[in-house]
Design a protein around this ligand. Structure first.
Ligand code: SAH
Ligand code: SF4
Length: 343
């Protein structure tokens, strides 16, 4: 069965003309899909034969709301969505002064096994299709009655471990016939799948690349992020420089601060040396404590010490504002609770 919402317009056109239907029907199908129909029989201006053909060969993927949590502290909303096969992922919508932003998932689970991450602890089931990424945004927009203007691929999963579907999604979501969200309003976060950073750089998309660094040395990083054993920090930073040269875009480095693990002055100094002179920004995030990790977030004074030491080398850093802290807005945790029968 073909996932019709993951197809580009010209692919829908090829699919139906190859099967003897007229080309202009493709446009009608695209228009119905934009209206979020859930069944082909709702496409009332199509001939019966075409509807039967679509029903036999294609399906319309959807993201159904299983759970919805709304923050009382801010307007953050967290969803647990299920797909046609029953698999679930999380998405989080946040309101900023410039509009609504959504954090979407790219895989059901993740293979990367970072020790601080709720998703990493839950294992991996499957990749999401491009349409399943789109559907998270469409369902949230419909439910909230708002237009979402920014997307971050920072939910469950490693986007560059699902490269083809993610690139397809980026092209679809930014096209005029779809949600028309420009590449400059999209951020992709990766734990550092180096060969795919090169591939992405060569595509020259104007998205923001966010790299989860979380440690300044291989010694520390390999203990928290297994990917570091495959691609170490120096290889990762080389790929980042290549990305910056190719795209002229500033990279964001994510750094989850964990008490006594990666938050010493020494760590800050090494980090500042490695990032000095690079077109980048560091986002410091006090680590969210996840059951079973034993990690504790760094104290406020450590966060400030990091900012000061980095700025001495001209590296800008800010502490990321925490939204939705009462609903565990960081991804992976809702699904874990749901599966364990907690909510
Ligand atoms: N797999 C990608 C994107 C999803 S994770 C990646 O790793 O970048 C999104 C972000 O949340 C990453 O920066 C990740 O390192 C961070 N993260 C995961 N668990 C966290 C936790 N417990 N506290 C703070 N940040 C966390
Ligand atoms: Fe996967 Fe990212 Fe979590 Fe690591 S931090 S386990 S790469 S989702």
């Amino acid at each position: 069965m073909t996932d019709i919402k993951s197809l580009f317009d010209y692919e829908i056109e090829n699919l139906i003309t190859d099967n003897g239907f007229q080309k202009f029907r493709a446009k009608q199908i695209v228009q119905w899909l934009q209206k979020n129909v859930t069944e082909f029989s709702q496409m009332t201006n199509l001939p019966k034969q075409l509807i039967s053909f679509l029903e036999e060969n294609c399906y319309i993927s959807m993201a159904k709301i299983e759970r919805k949590l709304e923050s009382k502290l801010d307007e953050t909303v967290k969803y647990l969505f299920s797909f046609n096969d029953g698999e679930c992922v999380e998405s989080v919508v946040m309101k900023y002064h410039h509009g609504y932003s959504i954090c979407i998932s790219t895989q059901v689970g993740c293979k990367m096994g970072c020790t601080f991450c709720a998703t990493g602890k839950s294992g991996y089931s499957r990749d999401l299709t491009a349409s399943e990424m789109l559907s998270q945004i469409e369902s949230a927009q419909r439910d909230l009655g708002v237009r979402i203007s920014n997307i971050v691929l920072m939910g469950m999963g490693e986007p560059l471990d699902n490269y083809d579907n993610v690139v397809r999604f980026l092209k679809l979501v930014s096209s005029e016939n779809s949600l028309n969200i420009g590449m400059r309003h999209i951020t992709l976060s990766t734990c550092g799948v180096v060969p795919k950073i090169y591939e992405l750089a060569d595509l020259g998309l104007q998205i923001t690349l966010s790299v989860s660094l979380h440690a300044p040395t291989d010694e520390v990083r390999s203990t928290t992020m297994p990917i570091n054993k495959a691609y170490n920090i120096s290889e990762l930073l080389k790929a980042c420089r290549y990305y910056i040269n190719k795209t002229n875009r500033r990279i964001s480095f994510e750094y989850a601060m964990i008490d006594s693990v990666n938050d010493t002055d020494e760590c800050a100094k090494i980090l500042s040396q490695k990032l000095s002179g690079m077109l980048c920004h560091v986002n410091l995030i006090p680590v969210n404590s996840v059951k079973g990790t034993g990690y504790v977030k760094s104290k406020l004074e450590r966060q400030q010490a990091f900012i000061d030491i980095l700025s001495q080398k001209g590296v800008t850093a800010t502490v990321r504002r925490t939204l939705g802290s009462d609903i565990n807005a960081s991804c992976g945790q809702l699904k874990r609770n749901y599966k364990e029968g907690g909510i």
